[in-house]
Unconditional design. Sequence first.
Length: 106
Amino acid sequence: MSIRFVYMTAGNLEEAQRIGRELVAVGLAACVNILPQMSSIYVWEGKIEEASEVVMIAKTAEARVADLIVKVKALHSYSCPCIVSLKVEDGYPPFLEWVAGSVEKR
């Protein structure tokens, strides 16, 4: 099974925790790491913006990414949230097996 890290951002810690809990509760992620206090600089609607955001990294299987994206979009306050799936090329096999087993379709 191909494992993915899904990098996401949220507007605040509470939103990130709510999304992370839901992803784990419904089996779309084995684990979600939340890293508070990130500064972002970006262009939005033609203007340079600066904001504090929270980083989320979800560990999941490739087969669950599409459903994870749908769930995050439904829970997220942003109209265009950052949700990016990154392929895990290698890692500690028991950990990767745990991720795969934790997100098998229910």
